[in-house]
Write a protein that binds this ligand. Structure first.
Ligand SMILES: [Zn+2]
Length: 297
């Protein structure tokens, strides 16, 4: 055969083979894929703002915050884990919001405010009245303070039994979540200074102040921890006779058995410690934060 004819036939054959191959390609099934491996994103992932440190918290504390949340939400995280080989679940964060006590509710800001003249009784009364109104609206009407039209119920209407470190205490139901946040924080951050509360005091149905103001125990938003071990050095006898009140103290924390770490844990979640107050009431914490901001929605 003529060489040119051979070459032409060869080209034609090659073209036909290429055409046949391309025509068959759409009918070919792709090789079976292995089952898709579960991705880390299959876990419930927290939005970025969930892992950001709460307000007022130092950034270098963020890791410990995650540890707290992991312990609190561990059940959900493990229930979602699809296989043993899946990368570990992202750490959930605590639902607790850090917040500071609201200034206008701190008794020292009306009774002992150095900016107020000693004889400016009207101004003091106005500030106290503002705090009474807020507490009435949020926690109930206590006879003799504020007006019943501000709240149809007394604080006792809202009182519930709760537990703090396993000890039962009766509190206003709105501050129970804040107390839980404090316990979570203490368990996470205060293990270096262990302390176990044995006796707690919560809501009272009589006002125990004799100075024209009203105790936050009457609203169910104050808690006392072990009065014998943590005295009130500015109170009337016998409370101010405790040995801790008579020994020299460099800081307010020296007058009690409670670890200082506990004070910071309470403060972080909106409680005010009366150890800072002229009453030096070291057993006493009162919730002066906003009850609507205790946990993230
Ligand atoms: Zn108290």
């Amino acid at each position: 055969m003529h060489p040119r004819l051979v070459d032409s036939l060869a080209r034609t054959l090659a073209t036909l083979l290429l055409f046949a191959a391309s025509a068959c390609a759409p009918d070919r099934q792709p090789p079976p894929r292995p089952p898709a491996a579960p991705l880390p994103s299959a876990q419930p992932s927290a939005p970025m703002d969930d892992v950001a440190p709460p307000q007022g918290r130092p950034a270098n504390d963020a890791a410990s915050e995650a540890e707290v949340g992991d312990a609190a939400a561990g059940t959900d995280a493990t229930a979602e884990a699809p296989t043993a080989t899946t990368p570990s679940a992202p750490q959930a964060t605590s639902a607790c919001n850090a917040q500071v006590p609201q200034e206008f509710l701190i008794r020292g800001n009306w009774f002992f405010n150095p900016k107020l003249a000693k004889n400016d009784q009207k101004k003091r009364a106005d500030l106290h009245g503002e705090a009474v109104r807020y507490r009435t609206e949020h926690y109930g009407y206590f006879r003799g303070f504020g007006r019943p039209e501000w709240n149809a119920h007394s604080p006792s209407f809202y009182a519930v039994d709760t537990k703090f470190f396993g000890v039962t205490v009766k509190m206003h139901k709105s501050v129970v979540p804040a107390l839980s946040c404090v316990e979570e924080e203490i368990r996470s951050q205060c293990s270096a200074t262990p302390y176990t509360p044995k006796a707690l005091g919560g809501i009272r149905f009589k006002n125990t102040y004799h100075t024209g103001e009203i105790t936050n125990h009457a609203y169910g938003i104050a808690i006392d921890i072990d009065p014998v071990l943590n005295p009130c050095c500015g109170c009337v006898p016998p409370w101010n006779n405790a040995p801790q009140c008579r020994r020299p103290s460099k800081t307010p924390y020296d007058r009690m058995s409670l670890p200082e770490c506990w004070v910071h844990a309470f403060t972080k979640y909106g409680f005010y410690w009366l150890g800072y107050d002229p009453m030096k009431d070291t057993m006493h914490f009162e919730f002066l934060g906003d009850p609507a901001k205790v946990v993230r929605p």
